[in-house]
Every structure is written in C-alpha cells, then in structure tokens.
Design a protein around this ligand. Structure first.
Ligand code: BGC
Length: 345
C-alpha cells in the first residue's frame, strides 16, 4: 500500500469507528429514556435555582449561582434543578436577535456544574415579559431565541430537558399559546429530536388550562407542566415583590377543611388528565413565601410535596435560597424542616 492508500484506509477505519460509536451512543440514549414517562420519572424531586439567571442580570435580585450549590443540593437528596433563565434580557431586540455569547457561556457553566453532581437540569425561558403582553409582535423573536438555544444546547446529554416557556399569561392565553407552541417545538425537534420537552398551559401554568392545551399528537417526548401555589392568599402572604397586591400576612393553613380538600381535588384532576391524555405531568413550581407562619408553611409544603409523590409527579420546589428559599444563604444551612418536607414528605 502506498502512503496515500494508507491514509485513506486509516480515515475510512476512523470514520467507521466514529459511526459505530455514535450509533451505539444514540442507541444508548434511546434505551435510557425511551418514553416521556421515563424521562419524567427520572426528574424525581428537584429545586428551582430561582432569582438567579431569571433576574435581568444575575445578582440583581440578591442571589447568584455559586459553584458549591450543586453539591449542596445533590447531597440533600434532590435529583434535579430547574434553571429559570431570562434569555430575553440577553438577546438583541433586532433580527437575528442574537443571544449574548458571554451569557450563553455562563448558563453552560452553571449547567455543567450541576450535571457534574449528577443533577438533571430543566432549562427554560423565564420572565419573557414581552411575550405575555404582545405575543403576536414578539413571536419572531421568541422563535429566533429557540432556534439559537436548540442549536447551542443540542449536544447536551439527555439529562438536560427543555421547557419552552414559563407561565404563559395575560394576552398569551392557552388559545394563543396553542398556535405558537408547535412552531417552537418544530424548531427544537430539528436538532433535539429525542430530548424531553416540557410545556404547560396559560394563566401561569394553571392546572385548569391543561384541558385546553393542544399537544402535537405525533410528539411523544412531551411532559406537561403545572405550577401550584394554592391558596395564593396563603403562599404569597406578605410577598414584597407583589407590591400592594400582596395578600396580608398571618393567614394559616389549612384555613378550613375545604381548603385541604380543594388541593387534593386539584391533584386528582391533574392525575386524571394525565391518565386520560397519556402524558406525564411535572409540577415545575410549588412553594410558600417565608412570611407565612412556620408550622403552617411546613404543613402546606408537606401536603403539596406529598401529593406530588402520591401521584408520582416529578416536582421542583420554588426555590433554593431567596424569598421562598429552602436553604439559608446567611447561615449556609438548609432550613431542615422545609428541606425534609420537600424531600421526604
Ligand atoms: C416567578 C417568580 C415568583 C414565583 C412565585 C415564578 O414563576 O418567576 O418570580 O417568585 O413564581 O410567585
């Protein structure tokens, strides 16, 4: 064999080997999470890294992701983190709506640190305020952001899930959202054909909107999501970020038996929807602001976390170390009763 043939032969062998490897990796990936239900089950119990990358700039809301958080979270028994990200604050407002590469690098670092600890990561678009005000005007930019994200994160392992948009609300009703979500999904699927994708209905991912949500039948790697903060008068009492809309402090839980029954009925309805539609459900946010009386806050957290467990819904507490926080950044300790209420209800 002359030198040229040797080089050609080696290249051929190398390409065959790579093809073989990639086919095996691909087969492995399929074997790992063949169904959306499996992907949802693997989420288990998680926690939101809230008020960090979903603030206009990390640190604006008093907390930043620190590298030791992932190990702290994993050690406490959580299986995943939900990573809310305000991409809209870091993308140009002019076509092609380029996302700032430095911000992308920061998000990738946070994801890698979490991944290294064995935490699954739910990556979303959070606080895209303009989408809820004027969805018609904003859809091109929203889709352009997903086109970039889908490409930038295509090589991430299957342990990374995409969530298309946090809490559609106001003018982004479920009916409007039903028109936009298949467009976003089609973009995502081009480069992430098998990735688990999470999406919920309007009115802030309200459970009642599930029945109006139109999930493309041909896509079987979807997980439906709901957020749960009921009763709002209890969980959001004294929440300064609501300004004069904050419910007054001092409300107890359960206020009466009907209140507890209402929560149980909500979860039963969510579970019924899930079975009827053959779609797994993820409770991507639930939590109670720190102003609520301690014992009541614990009772509420145990109740909701317990229902997630009862119905085998993956779930993520809102949130790690800010106003709803399960971990106290001042003492650098878990609020153990809250943590245990979430992890071992
Ligand atoms: C919002 C947070 C808010 C939380 C509870 C989340 O979806 O992004 O800003 O603190 O819900 O209301």
């Amino acid at each position: 064999m002359n030198k040229r043939s040797q080089v050609l032969c080696r290249s051929f062998l190398l390409i065959s080997l790579l093809q073989c490897l990639s086919q095996n990796l691909f087969a492995d990936e399929l074997a790992k999470t063949a169904t959306a239900q499996e992907a949802a089950d693997k989420l288990g119990v998680g926690i939101n890294l809230g008020n960090m990358l979903d603030a206009p700039n990390e640190g604006d809301w008093g907390v930043r992701f620190e590298n030791d958080y992932a190990a702290i979270i994993r050690k406490a028994g959580f299986q995943h983190v939900r990573l809310p990200v305000k991409w809209s604050a870091h993308a140009s407002t002019k076509a092609p709506f380029r996302i700032d590469p430095a911000f992308v690098a920061r998000v990738k670092t946070v994801m890698a640190v979490c991944g290294k600890q064995g935490l699954r990561v739910v990556l979303n678009i959070h606080h895209y305020d303009e989408m809820h005000v004027a969805p018609d005007k904003e859809t091109d930019r929203f889709l352009a952001i997903w086109r970039q994200l889908s490409d930038l994160f295509a090589s991430q392992p299957e342990t990374v899930y995409f969530e298309i948009l946090n809490e559609p609300h106001d003018n982004l009703t479920t009916q409007e959202w039903n028109k936009i979500l298949p467009l976003a999904l089609a973009i995502i699927r081009k480069k992430n054909p098998h990735r688990a994708v999470i999406l919920g209905g309007g009115n802030w991912n309200s459970p009642e909107e599930l029945i109006h949500l139109k999930l493309p039948a041909e896509d079987q790697m979807l997980i439906a999501t709901v957020h749960y903060y009921r009763p709002h008068e209890f969980t959001h009492q004294g929440a300064e970020f609501l300004g004069d809309k904050a419910p007054p402090a001092g409300r107890t839980f359960p206020f009466n038996q009907a209140e507890r029954t209402a929560i149980e009925d909500d979860f039963q309805r969510i579970a019924d929807w899930s079975v009827k539609n053959n779609r797994p459900v993820y409770v991507g946010e639930f939590g109670c602001y720190h102003i609520a009386p301690g014992e009541d806050r614990l009772r509420w957290t145990r109740t909701v976390a317990g229902l997630c467990r009862k119905y085998k819904f993956g779930s993520a507490y809102w949130e790690f170390c800010s106003g709803f926080g399960a971990w106290d950044p001042a003492s650098r300790e878990w609020r153990k009763d809250i943590r245990d209420a979430i992890v071992k209800p």
